[in-house]
Design a protein around this ligand. Structure first.
Ligand code: ADP
Length: 530
């Protein structure tokens, strides 16, 4: 394509197109443009030319403008006139310039104008001013509109109680709203420029860093909780929703909105804590309920045992009393009773009275031990001292019942420290039970020492104790129920034995098999042996 010389230095004309054609085209186009090109004398009082667009912009034709150049100046909004004058002065001082001011259209409508002027010199002399005027009303209106909506947005951001922020790609604050900063007890300028992680607690740093990685990776909104440390050390929890912001396809930063959930969190934690306490309280209540139930059943059992005891003891008391009264009355009513008979009856009265007294003492002893009122009279004594006479006494009673009796005591004297009378009672109780509950076979007693302990093993081939009763055998009033073959007793003997053994830091155990026999083992610490 061959290009012809241009009509001006700036316009290139294609072959076959004349400069006149170009002028026509420019003139034609200029009337539709929202811009006016002009050229005036340096004083601005005469236009060399002014393009047709002036009609479109201001409602004044080029001819009118050329005829009356001041007309256009009068259309400038008076308050903005100094801006226009400033431009004129600038151009006269040989500089080009651009200003914006307002004008009134001939219809009265307000217009925004951008005016650029260039000084043209010939040698040193300013010969004319060229320029261009744009109608920028549309642009200004959308700028104002944009400003208004930006202000609205800023208003919303500032009045919102939420934390609203933007971060750069590295995670440093670019902006933060006032109320957000206030939640953290800072002013926005103290936060901007610093890294997000500088404001969060150490424990939540790693989770937050992970959330940021996810934000950058997924491009989706990511929600996470962040525990912040305020300027004065308060812990504030925010529930944050954040997403990456892009400029085109390039990552520009992160936008986030956070809601202060500290109170909610604390309330939730309180509720959780209360729930745990409630669960604990319920557990305690159910434990206490079980315990109360257990206590009730123990009390009921004790009550039952007591009732049984009352009826047993009445029977136990009544039997010796009946024979005491019976024999005493017989002696009294028969004046001629031979002396030997009297002596025999007196013997019976004495034995029964002693049984009575023992029974009463047993009851008293047990209650004294339970109340902690019993005082042991401790002294050093030998095992032989109490066992030899006891065996003497029982050997006869046992053999009288047709039972084989065998006993072995240690050769050397074994000494214990304790209440001799009470320990004697212990041995006697065990021996008397063997006698009471054995009808045939053997009763053996083995007394021996093992290291620093004295051990007494009493075995019988009596009726034994059923397995189910063994755990309760040391409870007071507890007696093995044997319907049809009830053997008298109070259920106090073994309870008393256990209490005395314990008071002497001894040990007792009973092994038994129903209908086969019973073995009782008692141990006491030795203080010396000969
Ligand atoms: P009780 O006054 O009834 O003898 P104890 O406390 O001495 O009271 O004994 C409790 C129960 O233990 C007795 O009722 C008896 O059934 C059982 N018992 C104790 N010793 C023997 C034994 N050697 N053989 C069989 N049963 C025994």
């Amino acid at each position: 394509m061959i290009l012809e010389k241009s009509i001006t230095d700036n316009t290139i004309i294609n072959q076959g197109y004349s400069p006149q054609n170009v002028n026509d085209s420019i003139t034609n186009t200029m009337q539709y443009l929202d811009a006016v090109i002009f050229s005036s004398t340096p004083d601005g009082l005469r236009y060399h030319f002014i393009t047709a667009g002036i009609k479109k912009i201001l409602g004044v034709s080029s001819e009118e403008a050329v005829a009356n150049p001041k007309k256009l100046m009068h259309m400038i909004v008076p308050e903005d006139f100094p801006i226009f004058r400033e431009l004129v002065n600038k151009v006269r001082s040989r500089e080009s310039g651009t200003v914006e001011y307002r004008m009134h259209h001939t219809s009265g409508a307000l217009l925004y104008i951008r005016h650029t002027a260039y000084p043209v010199f010939e040698g040193d002399k300013l010969v004319r001013i060229d320029g261009i005027v744009y109608n920028i009303t549309g642009e200004i209106e959308s700028r104002v509109q944009l400003q208004k909506s930006q202000e609205k947005l800023r208003g919303i951001i500032e009045t919102a109680d939420d934390l609203i922020f933007t971060l750069d790609k590295q995670g440093s604050f670019v902006s933060i709203n006032n109320s957000g900063a206030m939640h953290l007890e800072y002013l926005p300028f103290e936060i901007n420029g610093k890294h997000f992680l500088e404001f969060v607690s150490d424990e939540s740093k790693s989770t937050i860093a992970r959330s940021f990685q996810e934000i950058l990776k997924t491009k989706n909104k990511v929600a996470f909780d962040a525990v912040f440390k305020s300027k004065y050390g308060k812990t504030i929890v925010f529930e944050i929703n954040a997403r990456a912001i892009f400029e085109g396809a390039v990552l520009d930063g992160v936008l986030g909105i956070g809601r202060n959930i500290t109170v909610r969190r604390t309330e939730q934690e309180k509720v959780k804590e209360l729930n745990n306490k409630l669960i604990e309280a319920n557990r305690i209540i159910s434990i206490e309920r079980d315990r109360a139930k257990q206590k009730i059943s123990i009390l009921e059992e004790l009550n039952r045992l007591k009732n049984e005891f009352v009826s047993n003891i009445s029977h136990e008391l009544r039997t010796p009393l009946a024979s005491i009264i019976g024999f005493a009355e017989t002696i009294d009513s028969d004046r001629d009773m031979p002396n030997e008979m009297k002596t025999e009856f007196n013997q019976i009265i004495m034995t029964e009275a002693k049984r009575l007294s023992k029974l009463i003492n047993d009851v008293l002893d047990i209650s004294r031990i339970e109340e902690g009122k019993i005082s042991l009279v401790k002294a050093e004594f030998s095992i032989q001292e109490i066992l030899e006479p006891l065996l003497e006494q029982y050997k006869k009673k046992i053999e009288d019942k047709g039972i084989v009796f065998w006993a072995e005591l240690p050769k050397q004297k074994v000494y214990l420290l304790g209440d001799k009378a009470r320990i004697l009672q212990v041995f006697e109780n065990i021996l008397s039970n063997s006698l009471k509950f054995t009808n045939e076979g053997r009763i053996t007693l083995l007394a021996q020492t093992l290291y620093r302990e004295f051990e007494l093993i009493i075995t019988d081939t009596g009726i034994g104790i059923p397995k189910k009763d063994l755990p309760y055998i040391f409870q007071k009033f507890y007696r093995v129920s044997r319907p049809g073959s009830e053997i008298p007793g109070t259920g106090l003997g073994l309870a008393f034995v256990k209490q005395i053994v314990d008071l002497h830091k001894g040990f007792i155990t009973i092994q038994s098999e129903d209908q086969k026999g019973t073995t009782v083992v008692i141990k006491f610490p030795i203080i010396k042996q000969d």
